[in-house]
Design a protein around this ligand. Structure first.
Ligand code: ARG
Length: 467
């Protein structure tokens, strides 16, 4: 390699290393998504500075006016605006720099009594409050979709499973309500997480607070926060509220994934309990007969990345000393992705539910070819006075006999029943009819159709409280 070549190569490396460093350090490529919150926070901050006579009213006014113009400017093309300003590092610096271009010296007063450390976490909390509201609404929509399905399918009977083995007959309405219950808990979890998100850190400064006579309650109120953070060191370092939110997002994805898995199984040729709408499936590039349930598979698959985001942040946090460390910049990019994934997944799941075709004949057929009524036969004997263990053994023998004879319990004649125990009489035939087995489970929370109807009525009342 001659000298000139070497020089050329190292020259190129030197310049690209600087560029890589700048890009590596910059968060504006993703935190531009906080531009609205950043400007909202700055507007409250300057208002407070003027109120406290830290800057003049006219300075505050011109800063506010320019900030609103900047917000309008960014909103035209947020990503494009940000990409042209990678050298400004993050959205906070970029907005301030733009303000300086517009106002000159007055702009330099905006950052009085504030640090990017309290600023960034204020922005993030504001952003998350909006996300919580959006996700709550989507959860409520999904809950309603399950409820609508339950109401529609209350009279459809289907095997209920343990270990994916046919266990007992249930109302399909009851099954949908079980999924609804999972998302009800997620909604409650989200509402609870909001208490930790809805805290204003502004005024904590870089870490130790401010020497200015700022009014933290004023900015908190102005920004709609219900609490003010209590410890400035903790306020700039805390990201628990992000992890907690990501846990709720993960739980939602786990629930969506379980639901999707069940729908994939039910859609298989072997089950054929449901038919997935064409819009949610795609063909194979090679096998002409295929219709693959791609969308539920993605609902299931995307749980991985959301859980990964929660894990990643916990791992980022575990070695951090008080207070702000640049590691914390890693919180946002993946959080944005996780929240977006959950919002899309919830929207898709709610719509998917409306488009499932139920094959109730197949479901009933499965029940008619099952021993899901074995417990009912045993409980019949118990009600006639036998101890449960003895009843269990007797019905076990009846099951073994039926299998040998290629029959099911509901095909046995009274004579056959009586060959296992003379306690059996005519009413065993009615008792073990599938629909009777379902309706006999008539305790609170159970699958009897009268119970499911009551559950639906209760849930409807809850839904009505949502605005
Ligand atoms: N871009 C930074 C972040 O996202 C903002 C805070 C930077 N503060 C600092 N002292 N470097 O966390």
């Amino acid at each position: 390699m001659n000298n000139q070549e070497k020089k050329l190569w190292s020259g190129r490396f030197a310049s690209s290393a600087a560029q890589i460093l700048e890009e590596y350090n910059a968060s504006i490529v993703f935190d531009y998504k906080l531009y609205r919150e950043d400007i909202t926070g700055s507007l409250a901050h300057v208002k407070m500075l003027a109120k406290q006579n830290i800057i003049t009213a006219s300075e505050a006014e011109s800063i506010a006016k320019a900030l609103i113009e900047i917000r309008e400017e960014i909103s035209q093309d947020p990503r494009g605006w940000a990409m042209a300003r990678i050298s400004d590092e993050d959205i906070h610096m970029a907005v301030e720099k733009r303000l300086t271009e517009m106002l000159g010296d007055t702009a330099k007063k905006l950052h009085t009594a504030r640090s990017r450390n309290d600023q960034v976490v204020t922005d993030l909390r504001l952003w998350m409050k909006n996300e919580v509201a959006d996700i709550s609404n989507l959860l409520k929509d999904l809950k309603k979709s399950f409820l609508d399905r339950a109401e529609l399918d209350i009279n459809i009977l289907v095997p209920g499973y343990t270990h994916l083995q046919q266990a007992q007959a249930i109302s399909l309405g009851h099954f949908w309500l079980a999924h609804e219950a999972k998302f009800s808990r997620d909604l409650a979890r989200l509402e609870d997480a909001l208490k930790r998100i809805d805290v204003c850190p502004l005024g904590s400064g870089a870490l130790a607070g401010s020497t200015f006579n700022i009014n933290r309650d004023f900015t908190a109120k102005e920004l709609g926060f219900s609490q003010v953070s209590n410890n400035s060191l903790d306020a700039v370092a805390d990201r628990d509220f992000v992890v907690e939110f990501e846990f709720v997002l993960s739980m939602i994805m786990v629930h969506l994934s379980q639901f999707a898995e069940e729908m994939i199984v039910w859609n298989s040729q072997e089950f054929s309990f449901i038919e997935i709408n064409d819009a949610y499936a795609t063909g194979s590039s090679m096998m002409p007969q295929k219709k693959n349930p791609d969308i539920p598979e993605l609902l299931r698959g995307k749980a991985g990345r959301v859980i990964g985001v929660m894990n990643a942040l916990m791992i980022t946090l575990k070695g951090l000393s008080l207070t702000y460390n640049k590691d914390l910049q890693e919180d946002k990019e993946q959080l944005f992705m996780a929240s977006e994934t959950v919002k899309k997944s919830l929207t898709i799941a709610a719509d998917f539910l409306k488009n499932i075709e139920i094959n109730s004949t197949k479901m009933l057929e499965a029940l008619e070819h099952s021993f899901t009524n074995a417990t009912d036969a045993a409980e019949y004997l118990v009600k006639k006075g036998l101890p449960f263990r003895d009843a269990y053994t007797i019905v076990g023998k009846a099951v073994a006999y039926s299998i040998k004879e290629s029959k099911f319990l509901h095909n046995l004649s009274l004579e056959e029943w009586q060959s296992f125990s003379e306690v059996f009489s005519e009413d065993i035939i009615q008792t073990i009819k599938i629909a009777n087995c379902v309706d006999a489970r008539n305790v609170y929370g159970a699958t009897a159709r009268s119970q499911v109807k009551q559950q639906i009525a209760r849930l409807k009342e809850v839904l009505e409280t949502y605005e």
